[in-house]
Ligand binder design. Structure first.
Ligand code: PRX
Length: 653
């Protein structure tokens, strides 16, 4: 190790090391060595220890139908049982499982016993509506206790849930319902966000009206109290039906490979894909990462600020913390309401000890703290914190340092966790009591995860050289399939370029030449990461060309200080190219259109109009030029293959 690299490190304090589940770098290395030596033994041992099985498994990994891997396949279990019943049986019934804080500051606490009762009643309500093991249930709910209850209730009866983020449009909701073939939809009258009550049920109605033939009933949770139209014979108030149900619901024991959930995410081509997760392997990684990465302890108050509509909310709100018997926060609101001190006040009020959020949130709160001293974190008592986490996008070193100093008081390690919807849980991450930290690096693979950086042929590249991020061996919580599209699964994740042997993450990465630490360099496909949300450029392009005025559209990303990446669209209208006020008007119209078609998170920040797009003579859009234009860079690349160079001036913006 050179002195230069030594200086870059932030080391965990002796006390942190002493108390950590993985204590010191030697302990980390021993775990890695254990997995290298006996891969199946490593995972099998932990699956036995950490999960209560109704029927124990006899085989750890079945690779006979690779890349459709099976883990613990002949074992049977129930996730809800592992999260709730076993905590109550262990004497944790009176322990607070969830601390819910509403947008307006209303607080509700739910113990493990209460949660078990609520989940059992909800599960019985689902059964009363005819939902059976293997049926798909779509959940379109705001952050709420009911959101967690509904997910757990599905798990309890073996129904496969698919959450659709509350910010998605009617069209997106309908597409997901139809792709999943869901029989039941759970939604709410509305949601509270930033002091406003926003509708939800009416969007769900619009989705169903557009044609969702498989849905037979809709459970409606009351939240805002807004007047809500109910369709007779289809819509039922959740509280009314739940009140009539028994508070006992025997868990449905399912095979380890039974699909616990689908979660739709954007790919580089076509429509969003339904990422299918398993029961046993997924639960194992949720628990193990809670223990190793978050070092969860009985007295912790854990807060993951993600929405249950994203995978982070699945693994680190609904499943991981509860399976570990932890106390956690569920927050309905937004970080800037009533002011940008909300997160810090909540950490103070609830004595949060582990805080897990996204770089975009940190960057926006840095800006707010700089502008408004009253919401600066130093106005709050944050001494309860002992560990910080980051997820969803690269964290820039300046934001890391601010987070470390101002939120963590210089004493809390930051776990910069790299993972994906497809991976189910952390893949590359520091372990707080072991890994010396370097701001901006997600450091080293989680024990048992064999991550590598390779070239186009699948050969590992030397440290210090950038390449393609892959995973060499299957792991328990990995994606099992793309719902209904096994071919796309193989093509997307086990491409022929690597002889079908390597999991392709879709990100580029580079390992530090001295330490081997990983830094993620961003997506290598046409997926954008805007505020930690994944968006496919093709999806946005399809939405744009569906507008009556649009003839052609191309979408690219541009680096953005606040949101990581911003969406820039290049559009050719069917009529004349608009300029001045007319251009501004059409720009707004198209932004709103995309908001309606997909959801507000997909709205392009900037739209440029041209009479054409830059194309090669064979008609291919030259996206690399568009990326340069989006960044406002001079075009330095060779444009000799470009058929219409004059277009570039129009698109400069
Ligand atoms: O590009 C990587 C980025 O987010 C992508 C996965 O997005 P999604 O499936 O929505 O899941 C997000 C939450 C797990 C990755 O392919 N990403 C995620 N975490 C990090 C990251 N990039 C850099 N550093 C991270 N810690």
């Amino acid at each position: 190790m050179t002195s230069e690299t030594t200086q870059k490190f932030y080391y965990p304090s002796e006390e942190v090391v002493k108390n950590a589940a993985v204590s010191g770098m030697e302990a980390y290395k021993a775990l890695v060595a254990e997995a290298d030596k006996d891969y199946e033994g490593f995972w099998g041992k932990r699956a036995k220890e950490l999960i209560d099985w109704q029927t124990p498994f006899t085989q750890v990994l079945d690779e006979s139908n690779a890349p459709f891997f099976k883990w613990f396949a002949d074992g049977k279990l129930n996730v809800s049982y592992n999260c709730l019943d076993r905590q109550v049986q262990k004497g944790l019934g009176d322990k607070v499982a969830l601390i819910f804080e509403g947008d307006k500051g209303d607080i509700a606490k739910v113990t493990y016993s209460d949660l078990l009762t609520r989940v059992s009643k909800f599960a019985n309500a689902l059964k009363a509506q005819g939902v059976k093991k293997g049926d798909r249930v779509v959940i379109y709910l705001p952050m709420s206790i009911e959101g967690v209850v509904a997910m757990q209730a599905c798990a309890r009866i073996g129904a496969t849930h698919s959450i659709v983020f509350g910010g998605f449009s009617a069209q997106s909701l309908a597409d997901r319902i139809n792709d999943a073939g869901a029989v039941l939809l759970i939604t709410s009258d509305g949601q509270n966000r930033g002091g406003k009550a926003l509708p939800l049920k009416s969007i769900a109605d619009e989705a169903l009206a557009s044609g969702c033939p498989t849905i037979t009933s809709v459970l409606v949770v009351k939240r805002t109290g807004a007047e809500t139209a109910m369709v007779a014979g289809r819509d039922i108030w959740a509280d009314e039906i739940v009140a009539q149900m028994s508070d006992v619901c025997e868990p449905e024991w399912v095979e380890a490979e039974h699909p616990l959930f689908l979660l739709y995410t954007s790919g580089s081509t076509g429509k969003p894909k339904g990422v299918q997760h398993s029961t046993g392997g997924y639960l194992l990684h949720a628990i193990l990462t809670m223990q190793y990465t978050f070092d969860i302890k009985p007295d912790d108050v854990f807060w993951c600020t993600a929405d249950i509509g994203w995978v982070t909310g699945h693994t680190y709100i609904t499943y991981g913390p509860l399976a570990c018997g932890a106390t956690e926060i569920v927050f309905e609101g937004v970080p800037t309401y009533p002011d940008a001190g909300r997160f810090w006040k909540m950490i103070q009020d609830h004595k949060v000890s582990i805080f897990y959020t996204a770089p975009t949130a940190i960057r926006s709160l840095i800006k707010a703290a700089d502008n408004t001293p009253a919401v600066h974190p130093k106005q709050y008592d944050l001494t309860s914190l002992r560990l910080l986490g980051s997820v969803g996008e690269p964290i820039n070193p300046a934001a890391w340092e601010w987070y470390h100093e101002n939120i963590g008081g210089g004493r809390c390690p930051i776990v910069d966790t790299f993972w994906q919807t497809e991976t189910g849980g952390h893949m590359i991450t520091p372990l707080p009591g072991a890994t010396p930290l370097i701001p901006g690096s997600c450091t080293l693979p989680f024990p048992g995860i064999q991550a590598a950086v390779v070239d186009e042929t699948g050969t590992e590249v030397p440290w210090g050289q950038g390449g393609i991020l892959v995973v060499k061996r299957p792991w328990p919580s990995m994606i099992r399939n793309i719902w209904g599209d096994p071919e796309r699964f193989v093509k997307s994740y086990y491409p022929a370029d690597f002889q079908g042997k390597l999991y392709l993450a879709g990100d580029g990465a580079i390992r530090d030449k001295d330490t081997g630490y990983f830094t993620i360099t961003g997506r290598i496909d046409d997926v954008l990461n805007v505020s930690g949300h994944r968006m496919g450029t093709m999806e946005i392009e399809s939405a744009l060309v569906a507008h009556e005025k649009v003839a052609e559209a191309a979408v690219v990303g541009r680096p953005d200080d606040l949101t990581g990446e911003a969406i820039v669209a290049f559009v050719v209208l069917k009529g004349a190219r608009p300029t001045g006020d007319e251009a501004a008007k059409v720009l707004k119209e198209l932004q709103n259109w995309v908001g309606q078609e997909i959801g507000p998170i997909a709205k392009p920040k900037d739209i440029r109009f041209g009479e054409n797009l830059p194309k090669t003579r064979s008609g291919k859009i030259m996206r690399r030029l568009l990326r340069q234009l989006a960044k406002g860079e001079e075009i330095t690349q060779d444009t000799s293959t470009l058929e219409n160079p004059a277009i570039l001036d129009q698109l400069k913006g």
